[in-house]
Design a protein around this ligand. Structure first.
Ligand SMILES: [Zn+2]
Length: 112
């Protein structure tokens, strides 16, 4: 079963929406990953917290940026014949999965 134009359009809208959300989250996370000042006006324990939080924010930032790249790639190949086809088994990826994870290269069976 091939994707209809309408389905491709819904997926494109979904990708644009998620992309905007990700870009907002990334902007916020970038603020949280600013270098922590060595002068501990905030106290030693708070500084440890700040360093921990910075690590968490950096990991979140990395994963969101990776997802953003994948989404942009997915949007770029949305109109190609191969979009929505599992890279491994070459069967169509179910539409709900594409709507939920437009960047997925594999169908739900092969992704396991
Ligand atoms: Zn598959």
């Amino acid at each position: 079963m091939k994707l209809s134009d309408q389905e491709r359009k819904s997926i494109a809208n979904k990708i644009r929406k998620v992309t905007l959300e990700l870009e907002q989250q990334i902007a916020q996370l970038k603020e949280n990953t600013q270098p922590i000042s060595p002068e501990n006006s905030i106290g030693r324990v708070s500084r440890m917290d700040a360093i921990n939080n910075k690590g968490v924010a950096e990991a979140a930032l990395r994963s969101r940026m990776a997802k953003l790249v994948k989404l942009k790639t997915a949007l770029g190949k949305l109109n190609e014949e191969s979009f929505g086809i599992c890279d491994r088994c070459k069967n169509p990826i179910a539409l709900p999965r594409l709507m939920y994870m437009p960047e997925s290269d594999y169908c739900i069976h092969c992704a396991k």
